[in-house]
Design a protein around this ligand. Sequence first.
Ligand code: SF4
Length: 467
Amino acid sequence: KVKSPLEIYRYLPQTNCGECGYDTCMSFAAQIIERTVKPTDCPPLVKEAEKNPKVKKKLEELIEITSPEVKEVIIGKGDKAVKIGGEDVLHRHELTFFNPTALFYDVWDTLDDKEIDERCSKVVEYRKFYVGEFLTLDGIAVRCTSNDPKRFREVVKRVAGYGKPMILVSLNPECMRAALEEVAEERPLIYAATEDNWREFLELALEFKVPVVVRSKDLNKLKSLAVTFKEAGVEDIVLDPVTEPVGEGLKGTFERVIQLRRTAILGEDKDVAYPIMITPIAAWALEADEVSKAYWETVIASIFIVKYGDVMILHCLEPYAIMPIVTLRYNIYTDPRTPVQVEPGLREINNPSPDDPVFITTNFALTYYTVESDLTSGNIKGWLLVLDTEGLGVEVSVAGGQFTAAKVKDLIKETKIEEKVNHRYLIIPGLAARLQGAIEDETGWKVLVGPMDSGRIKGWLEQHWPP
Ligand code: SF4
């Protein structure tokens, strides 16, 4: 598979016409690798392919070599649709992972309408602020526990009103048909085709043009189901190797998932190169108390966020269960090639006066938001200088030469902080203590070494400010 812009460039018209929104064909090629554009976003290439069979073949080849190893499947439609799969590598440091594990929380059709509304609202409203972004949940899995097509259809319609992508969960083709007649337009994922019901589910997937999960613990059977669906014309397939929640069962699940993804990427086996479904909700079948079940659900979700779970069905909507899952997902799916960073410059914390202290930190998002939130929540008034350390934290950037006295001097000048305060004291992080003398020499400011941990700034100020 292609990983260099130069290889892609050979397939493009090379006229630098700019119609794609990029100045040159080479920058367009680089964007194809980043997956921000597709080969078909080059209008001259598409137009030429319509007229000339040779160019058409070239375009098809380009699409083939630039398409991800694992098929990308879309659940839902419009702005709220969620993409799953589409991965190229086994380990994120080899490139990056592209589509974060999609998290679907369940409602079931034997709940009353009020309870359904409560659970749906929790899914829609969940937001957790983390490193400058809000982490959210992706969708709702509607389980048919009534085995009644009419009730399932009603509930599915109700849930569709919340505008989130949906997974429809029933092994009964009649119930599934009733639900699809109501919401197929929303492009739900249907769960699941098994050895017993696959013929009916194949018909449903073709008739309603919706993505489908095929399910089997036996990987040969799973592959054969996927091949049957593909050959019949279903493109959007998700594999469920069956999640077993504990002991040998969990170990077996882990091994099946690893084998599937390794076969897809290393073995280049297109028959299993589909997104993988994990159902941590299986933990709720254990004989245990509620908190233990939630605990195991979170453990299973965490294992498979790290290893190849592309979409999950979960149950527990308690913040203590969701928080570790969404935080881990964020960290695994952050692009390792670009550190998460914030704009450098000057921030005013709690409307500071000219007498208030001046702090400095780095523009690594995790460091910045920790310091900013410790200052804000501690009701500390102050001026916060944010140094461009290329997104690196304090200790690493001091060692690596991104946090230097000369750069601090430039930042003081650029931000005009000297016009805003009537003192010349700069509080540096404890981890940058070794720069104290150099910054004093370079800037003429008096440097105070603050605590190692910004959570201690409040106590530190009580002893050291005013100086
Ligand atoms: Fe090159 Fe196509 Fe973009 Fe024109 S539209 S610059 S030919 S990639």
